[in-house]
Write a protein that binds this ligand. Structure first.
Ligand code: MEV
Length: 309
């Protein structure tokens, strides 16, 4: 028997990093990048993993796959299954670019395994396993990536309160652009934590302001619907994220290009220090031109996402 699990990426509109400290974040599923995991039972004594990143026995997989290495036996043990598996991971989600690749791979594996184990493939069954894997991948994540990827809907998320679904009353024409520089969420979260400990007053103020920006963006996109205001708030959020030390020269290069080409606003998304930026445009046509400009400025890939359309 062969089973499959599919999961899409996510991007954070606002609230990355401050969400770790209890402030709200807004995040969306990003269907243009996804992972398909295919499973089948095999003869032998060792699970086999097949992926672009690594092919071989699961036990010998490199350190970067520690969370996957732990997740598979964890699920099998939970359901007292002794099967030996071949796991094939087919991914179009770039790794370490702030698009939630670790949560996406965990979700697609969990879905494929629950189907293999003949258990209901529903969010309430999937999420605890994805959170288990994310804890290993990132240390102490807020949970926003896991909840967005598993629930596949626009999310307002607060660490202590969990998820609220969002319904938009305007379309956000967004270009997601990849700097091509991989970044580790664990390292950027640790860098902010370090700053927070050294410079508590200033960093706490930044985090509160980021929280306030998320609340204002939340209001704008669900009620008034003024794209220019949302763009200004993107720019303010990006400046605060710079103060938290999570930008990089490659991110700044794409932000400058976006603003030079009449973006309404632009900011990094996810952990930062590499990864992707999101650029708010006036409409789809502007987004198409923007994507071309960002590629010319060095983005290795761009995607256009008409959120709320
Ligand atoms: C990573 O996509 C988002 C961060 O806020 C980390 C987290 O929420 O766990 C940087």
């Amino acid at each position: 028997m062969q089973t499959q699990g599919i999961a899409s990426a996510k991007f954070i509109l606002c609230g990355e990093h401050s969400v770790v400290y209890g402030e709200p974040a807004i995040s969306f599923p990003f269907k243009q990048a996804r992972i398909i995991t295919t499973l089948k039972e095999i003869e032998g004594s060792e699970h086999q993993l097949i992926s672009d990143f690594y092919t071989g026995t699961l036990s010998q997989a490199p350190e970067k796959l520690t969370a996957v290495k732990a997740l598979i036996p964890h699920i099998l043990k939970r359901y007292q299954c002794h099967s030996v598996l071949e796991i094939t991971i087919d991914s179009s989600v770039p790794v370490g670019r702030g698009l939630g690749s670790s949560a996406v791979v965990a979700t697609s594996i969990t879905r494929a395994m629950l189907a293999f184990l003949k258990r209901p493939v529903i969010s309430s069954n999937v999420l605890p396993f994805v959170n288990f894997s994310e804890d290993i991948a990132h240390g102490n994540p807020s949970g926003v990536d896991a909840i967005t990827v598993v629930n596949e809907q626009a999310v307002w998320f607060e660490k202590e309160k969990g998820l609220q679904s969002l319904s938009l009353n305007l379309t956000l024409p967004i270009v997601v652009a990849d700097t091509g520089i991989p970044s580790e969420t664990r390292a950027s979260v640790a860098a902010v934590r370090d700053l927070y400990q050294k410079n508590n007053i200033e960093v706490s103020a930044c985090i509160s302001q980021l929280g306030e920006i998320s609340r204002e963006i939340g209001k704008e996109i669900t009620t008034h619907g003024d794209l220019h205001t949302v763009g200004d708030l993107f720019n303010q959020a990006h400046q605060l994220l710079c103060k938290l030390s999570v930008s990089s020269p490659e991110i700044e290069n794409l932000i400058t290009c976006a603003l030079d080409n009449q973006a309404l606003g632009a900011k990094l998304t996810g952990g930062g220090r590499g990864g992707c930026v999101i650029v708010l445009c006036k409409d789809k046509q502007h987004a198409q031109k923007m994507a071309t400009q960002l590629s010319a400025a060095g983005a290795i890939k761009t995607w256009i996402s008409m959120i709320g359309e």
